[in-house]
Design a protein around this ligand. Structure first.
Ligand code: SAH
Length: 348
């Protein structure tokens, strides 16, 4: 990956952070997600569905209520974007298996670019006959419920830096054999008031995806989406590009293609993109608060009632990890999007 990007820069000049992220994560052979299973103790990071089944069970409760509010359409598309190992969808389908009509109605669709993860998803979800997509275009036109956990953070972001004269764009270039940063003046004014040195991140790809999702939902009479990720409720300044390898932060310019590369999600920008496409959008809510509103404490108590001491400890630890402000509870946000006038999204 390093040599590929190096040759590209030598040939065409510096590349923007978005191009760098797209290549590092998604290059068909060399990209990070194309080569490996990144999750768990032996991987680079752990996500909420991998921590506890309770996470998926809360999302299942949300899906069920939304489906009922939609008038229990059958069939409908249950789409997950970036499903990782498929764990979240497995937990959702398992916990709704006794709901009359749900399994018959729900058609499982997965949006995924990684061949390695696609294979794992296929194994985990074989009994639900999932269909895969690389973009939204091929997803069938029918009522849909969409979920995505830690998907938006992987979409490419560009970084703009306020200069004396206007705005510069941060680029990746070569500093000898290594990668380094440089800048190039941006030919347009982005209309954001800032002081010299402030970094503002924009993600045309992420905003475009959200707008396309809303357009897709609108084609299909009714739809709702639940997007969960780390990030901030309001647009702000700062460099949030981060690389994680073996559960530790590393420089984004090192281990390219062998470390996860993400940014924090600007939920205000997500909201504007969805509203701009005609959807109703909830305020972003902290993950801890959202899980508690849906009922995670009650679920933890029920599980603990049937558990031995070691299991009780694990359940409590997972609950803390998902909801505590010092862990995932505050940094992670949940936002709901719908085009259905009569849908009142639970948990917000
Ligand atoms: N939701 C899972 C995985 C999160 S990691 C969990 O919570 O465990 C990000 C996921 O998004 C991976 O499955 C990755 O392969 C996928 N992904 C990243 N970029 C993508 C893109 N542009 N299109 C589709 N899937 C993508």
């Amino acid at each position: 990956m390093h040599d590929f990007i190096k040759a590209l820069i030598q040939k065409n000049g510096p590349i923007d952070i978005g191009q760098f992220m797209s290549l590092a994560l998604g290059h068909p052979q060399l990209g990070y997600y194309m080569k490996q299973d990144p999750f768990g103790a032996n991987g680079d990071f752990t996500t909420a569905p991998e921590i506890s089944q309770m996470f998926g069970e809360m999302i299942a409760a949300w899906i069920l209520e939304v489906w009922q509010q939609m008038g229990t359409p059958s069939p409908f598309t249950l789409l997950e974007c970036g499903p990782g190992r498929g764990t979240l969808m497995v937990d959702i389908m398992r916990s709704l298996k006794n709901v009359p009509g749900f399994h018959d109605a729900a058609q499982v669709h997965l949006m995924e670019i990684s061949p390695v993860l696609k294979q794992m998803q296929g194994a985990a979800l074989a009994s639900y006959n999932p269909k895969w997509h690389v973009n939204l275009e091929t997803v069938p036109d029918q009522p849909m419920i969409v979920i995505a956990n830690e998907f938006l953070d992987a979409l490419p972001v560009r970084q703009l830096i306020k200069s004396e004269k206007g705005w510069d764009e941060r680029l990746v270039t070569l500093a000898g054999e290594e990668f380094g940063y440089t800048t190039r003046p941006l030919p347009i004014d982005i209309g954001v008031v800032a002081k010299v040195g402030d970094i503002f991140e924009i993600s045309p790809v992420r905003s475009g995806f959200v707008a396309d999702l809303v357009k897709k939902m609108s084609k299909n009479s009714e739809g709702a989406a639940l997007l969960i990720d780390y990030g901030h409720a309001h647009s702000g300044f700062g460099d949030t590009l981060q690389a994680i390898k073996d559960h530790k932060y590393v420089s984004p310019l090192e281990f390219v293609g062998d470390a996860d590369l993400t940014t924090h999600v600007d939920f205000e920008a997500v909201r504007k993109a969805a509203e701009g496409a005609g959807a109703q959008v909830t305020d972003p809510v902290e993950q801890g608060a959202w899980l508690r509103t849906i009922g995670i404490q009650h679920r933890a108590d029920t599980l603990k009632a049937k558990a031995n001491e070691a299991q009780k400890f694990d359940i409590e630890k997972a609950l803390q990890r998902l909801t505590d402000s010092s862990q995932m509870g505050s940094l992670f946000k949940v936002i709901g999007i719908t085009n259905g006038a009569n849908i009142n999204l639970p948990g917000f």
